[in-house]
Design a protein around this ligand. Sequence first.
Ligand SMILES: Nc1nc2c([nH]c(=O)n2[C@H]2C[C@H](O)[C@@H](COP(=O)(O)OP(=O)(O)OP(=O)(O)O)O2)c(=O)[nH]1
Length: 134
Amino acid sequence: MTEPIVVVGAALLDDGRLLAARRSAPPELAGRWELPGGKVESGETPEAALVRELREELGVQTEAMERVPGEWPLRSPYVLWVWTARLLPGSPAPKPLQDHDELRWLTPAELWNVEWLDQDVPAVQEIEGRMGRA
Ligand SMILES: Nc1nc2c([nH]c(=O)n2[C@H]2C[C@H](O)[C@@H](COP(=O)(O)OP(=O)(O)OP(=O)(O)O)O2)c(=O)[nH]1
């Protein structure tokens, strides 16, 4: 059996809103919305991978906060793990530098206004519950 490879996704929260990112590639994922992030590299902690991916993809400085409990299957062998994250003071605003062509900050009421990747829906539902409690 192939070992799962962890993809970390960020529930980047600011002022009670969640950042959603629209993928620009590959063609089968383009146009759908996801949590920004990417694959954990060997020797890297998931939290460090998250901070690195958000810097590369969005040009932001962030801090991983808490793991959102759960593990969601993506295309084999990948699985999605999610952390909440926040922008550090003085961080630039996120820009779609890599992998995305549009970003949107969503309030809890707007969470389902974007077409999330099917495989991200259960993770976003879990985040929705936490935003409600925040
Ligand atoms: N980042 C991210 N990837 C996701 C999500 N949902 C989902 O199916 N994926 C898939 C897309 C990709 O096949 C894989 C992650 O790849 P990626 O392209 O974001 O990661 P990466 O930057 O490390 O990739 P690479 O270009 O270095 O290969 O997981 C999600 O919410 N966030």
